[in-house]
Structure formats: structure tokens, C-alpha cells
Design a protein around this ligand. Sequence first.
Ligand code: F6P
Length: 346
Amino acid sequence: MKTIGILTGGGDCPGLNGVIRAVVRSGVQQGYRTIGIRNGWQGLIEGEVEPLTDFSVSGIISRGGTILGTSRTDPLKNPADFERIKNTMKKFAIDALVVVGGNGTLTAAHEVATRGIPLVGVPKTIDNDIPETDMTIGFDTAVSIVTGAIDRLHTTAESHHRIMVVEVMGRQVGWIALKAGIAGGADEILIPEVHFTMDDVCNNLKARYTAGKKFSIVVIAEGTPLEDIRDHSVPESDLDECGHEKFVGVGNLLGRELERRLGIETRVTNLGHVQRGGTPTAFDRVLATRFGVAAVDQIRMGNFGTMVALQRAHVVTVPLSSIAHRLKQVEPELYAVAKTTMGGRR
Ligand code: F6P
């Protein structure tokens, strides 16, 4: 019997367990056994694995996070680690891998695949920034969490006649901010892909007040550069172990500046890791299941070095080379839609 190894790498997100369950169950149907690798690439390096069965994945589709654990380990940082990966695969007779990850994990998967390891990638990240797929697992849930939070902030903003700044995740892209901002009826959506000045923002908010709308909701993506107000005494950024920028809280910078310039009481909410926690939406559960089943199909067909993807409602495969080291930014048409419906603009 052939063996599939599955790992989840990078930041967790709702929907990962749905992929694990689908891979195991589809594997059972097609005559594979599945081994779960703990904590992303780290488990493959350390040989930390656990057998997964039809029974052991029961009931996990609705659970957030990942039952396998995750890490941001780079499998190619140290050449000795790659040898250890090959040894683990040999020791547990793993014939092929399903690698569930975001940009960092899938870029590494591409490099690992070019070194001869048979694998198929599955795109997950709340940021939705992986090219060649319309959606990544976890994004729909994050958008729904943020939309719910904006709805709640609306009522208190209105009662107190305040500006509410909401900082959301997304790294270098504004997908969560834009979609949740549209759904929540935000009055300003500030994202890294669209250049703006503080004067623009203040003028728009002032126009709302003049028109009689005495509160505003401003959504800002964490990676948005605030060039004209950055306090240069604060270090711009730090890097995490994967070389990703750690964000310093643009929401607070923005909130402080809006209050100073407009003289309107302003409060800031940073939704943080709440956006990644808890149960996946039905959409994410279904997408995770479709991706998991498709990944096993690709393994059966020997179509390695690929990633399963959603394009125009269909699950397809693309080469990992087409997504490695690349980012999917928001579509200008979607931002234009948001702009049209933001309140108070002239
Ligand atoms: O990539 C997913 C993500 O949640 C980003 O939106 C965020 O910037 C980052 O991970 C946070 O990472 P960590 O889990 O290391 O705090």
C-alpha cells in the first residue's frame, strides 16, 4: 500500500482540518494510507509523525486550527535538514507529500519539489495572497469574522459620534480589509495596493461630517504604509524567523493622527489573531474538502510539483513555479466598487 504524508505549515487558519480529513478519506477510498507530519516542515526534519485513519479524522471538519500543529520552519535553510527530510520519508515509506501552506510554505514546497521530492501543494492563508487561485482556505472565515466585528463597531461608533479605526491582517495585501470593508459598509478602506495621503482621508471623513454623518468606520490593512505620518523613532519593522515583516500597529498611528487633525474622538480596534481562530465557514469547509480530494487525485496521477487551485468555481492544478515568490494583490475593479459605495465622498 502506498503512503501519503500530509503537513500544514505557516500561520494556521480555519479550514486546515477539513483538508486533512479529505486527504485521509479520499486516500482510504483510493488505497493509500496517510501519515500526519507534526508541526510543518519541522516534523519532517525531526521525524515526528502520526498515523491518520478514517476514525481519527472524525469530527474535525468543524474545528479551527490544525490537529497536526504548524511552524514556520524553512526546510532548506540548512542543507543537513534536507537530508533529514529524505530520511524521514524513507523511514516511514512516505511516497508523496501533501503540503498545505501559504506563500512561505508553498515557495519552499516548490524548491523541495525541484530537488526530487514528489508533492502537491494546497493553498491556505487568511490573507488570500497566493496567485493563480481565486480563494485560499481560511480567507472566507477571516472576512466573515471581520465583517461581524465591523457591524458591532458600527453601533457604538454611531452612539458616541466617533471614528472607529479597525486594523486587520493581510501582510502586504489588502484582501481582508477590502472584502470585509465592503461587506461591513466601511467609510474608508486603506490598503497597501492603493496610494493615499492623510489629507485625502481627512477630507473624505470631513465631507461625511459636513453631510451630517457624525461617525465613521475606517478599515486599515496592517501592511499599509503611512508614509506621511510614520513616527520614525519607532523601528519600522522587525522580521520574523521566515524573514516576514512584523507589523508595528498602523491602526494606532492612524487613529492618533485622525484625532489630532480632525478633532473627532477616535478609537482603535486591532482584531489580531481573532481573525484566524475558531470554526471555519461552510465555504471554507467545502473548499478544504474539494482541495483535499483533488490533491489525492493529483498524487494518484503522479502530477507532482503542482498546487490545487480554485479558478472560476472549478478546482484546477497549476505548477508551483507559477506561484513561488509571488503575491496576489487586490483587483483594482474591486477597489473601485468599494470606492463607489464608501459614504460621504464628493
Ligand atoms: O499570513 C497570515 C497572518 O495571519 C498574517 O495576516 C499576519 O501578518 C501574520 O500571519 C501573523 O503571524 P504570526 O502568527 O506569526 O503572528
